[in-house]
Design a binder for this molecule. Structure first.
Ligand code: BGC
Length: 291
């Protein structure tokens, strides 16, 4: 019999058929285990809380503040979820490997990686030190490489576990609108995010046959500690709005909603996507008039 439907494909390979439409109150990540890097604050924190709310057990990774990591764990537990806090600097291979080992010790398996840890070290180009360049590339790009590689090794070993998901694993890279929007004064950051885009797409192409899905979320201006300067005064906020056609700043939850969808089987046919969650920031807002 020729394979023409998703159901035929699933039957031939002994996989569960595609998901029926979502049921009200359904926990779309029930039984799944996730690591969210850099989740003691900002976007990562919100993604960790969101995945837990959708039913996943979560590793809350932090690099410096154990207190903040534990606070997120407590919030997840208070809402009835399960989480542990694990310290690791994602730019260090041994620490990344130790974190994944700890996740497996605690939860037994892994289904979702949200590779989120990132930082900015801004400087005018001619004043940027090699240390500033390296630190940003090390955390934002090499850190994503190390975490994606570790997750892939586990997903490949594990294969599909049909009781929790029709995919063998899901990787979500948190990138930025600055993977396509050049950013003066932030050359190291834009270069790191541009790198994440082609790293993610190349991994997605390589791993799709193994039923491992790899996608990115590219946030615009989200209200977090990384960009306080851009929104904390009324003047700064008004000026920021010139860059946001939707005329509001993004909230961390806007990113969490996208992450829950990309981690769930409701996005099962999505791989290699760069999903801009940016209120239209990538729509060349300067061309609203003129051109
Ligand atoms: C940066 C923020 C910035 C936003 C929009 C993000 O990737 O980390 O500092 O506000 O892009 O420019």
């Amino acid at each position: 019999m020729p394979i023409d439907t998703a159901a035929d494909y699933a039957a031939k390979h002994g996989l569960p058929a595609a998901k029926p439409p979502a049921q009200p109150g359904e926990k779309s990540l029930a039984g799944q285990k996730a690591i969210v890097t850099g989740s003691s604050s900002g976007i990562g924190r919100s993604v960790a809380l969101g995945l837990a709310q959708a039913g996943a057990d979560v590793v809350v990774n932090y690099s410096s503040s154990e207190a903040k990591g534990l606070e997120v764990v407590r919030e997840i537990e208070a809402a009835g979820g399960k989480a542990i806090a694990v310290k690791a600097d994602v730019s260090q291979e041994d620490q990344v490997q130790a974190m994944f080992a700890q996740a497996l010790d605690a939860f037994g398996t892994l289904d979702i990686l949200v590779s989120n840890a990132g930082l900015q070290r801004d400087a005018a180009f001619d004043e940027m030190t090699l240390d500033e360049w390296r630190r940003v590339i090390d955390v934002n790009l090499t850190g994503q490489f190390l975490c994606c590689r570790e997750a892939t090794r586990i997903f490949k070993r594990q294969g599909v576990r049909p009781d929790v998901s029709v995919a063998a694993g899901k990787i979500i890279c948190i990138s930025s609108v600055h993977d396509v929007i050049p950013w003066a004064g932030h050359v190291n950051y834009a270069a790191s995010k541009g790198g994440v885009m082609l790293m993610m797409k190349s991994i997605a192409q390589e791993l799709a046959p193994l039923r491992i899905r790899v996608n990115s979320i590219c946030p615009g201006a989200i209200r977090t500690p990384i960009n306080t300067e851009a929104w904390e005064t009324p003047e700064a906020y008004a000026s920021l709005m010139n860059l946001v056609p939707y005329k509001r700043i993004g909230e961390p939850e806007d990113i969490a909603h996208a992450a829950i969808w990309l981690a769930s089987d409701y996005s099962d046919y999505v791989s290699g996507l760069n999903l801009y969650v940016d209120g239209g920031m990538t729509l060349y807002p300067g061309f609203e008039s003129g051109g």
